[in-house]
Design a protein around this ligand. Sequence first.
Ligand SMILES: C[S@@+](CC[C@H](N)C(=O)[O-])C[C@H]1O[C@@H](n2cnc3c(N)ncnc32)[C@H](O)[C@@H]1O
Length: 203
Amino acid sequence: MANQVLNVYDTASQAELAGLYDDWASSYDSDLDGMGGPTEAVSMLEQCLTPDSRILDAGCGTGVIGQLLGQKGFQCVDGLDLSAGMLDRARQKNCYRSLYQCALGDSLDIADNSYDAVVIVGVFVRGHVGSNAFHELIRITRPGGYIVFTLRPEFRAGTDFQQTMDALEQAGHWHLKQVTEPFSGRFEAHPEVNLQVWVYQVA
Ligand SMILES: C[S@@+](CC[C@H](N)C(=O)[O-])C[C@H]1O[C@@H](n2cnc3c(N)ncnc32)[C@H](O)[C@@H]1O
């Protein structure tokens, strides 16, 4: 499992990354088994939303977040992901209203203000999706809605994420509602990895 985790950070192309996740899909849930912040992100969402809220799980993978949201009574949850293999697994869980195969960072074929919240867990990491994805996520979230995501503190500090998050706030596109203290990602092979959940409210 550790090798699979390391591989996904160092791909040469989006197609290669999608292929690695296609291959990982069948064992992803048992390999990670709740690691990486899904519970913490869902707990933050619960504080902001009601059961009829429209939620997009962006980079939904095998549907770990959708399943947790379903257990909490959220019924209007859509998912999107790059990997067809991961989406197949998510589909089998029957916890999403709709699932889309597309790439964060590109323009999304989703209408303005479609969601009350977007949740992104384990996707803003090395070799995956950059901070340029925020613009589209803000566009598809209604004013007053929430964008909830996980980030590793050292990744945030070593990339343009903090700068982009601050610039979007200064430009009046969103404001920071809450951020957790760093907590362990509980990655068996990488106990040193900490995460934070960030909650922004769209202006
Ligand atoms: C570490 S997994 C996290 C999955 C899920 N959010 C979870 O917490 O279990 C990262 C996911 O991001 C997806 N991904 C990577 N790059 C993407 C992109 N540009 N657009 C959409 N999904 C992407 C991968 O296919 C994979 O399913």
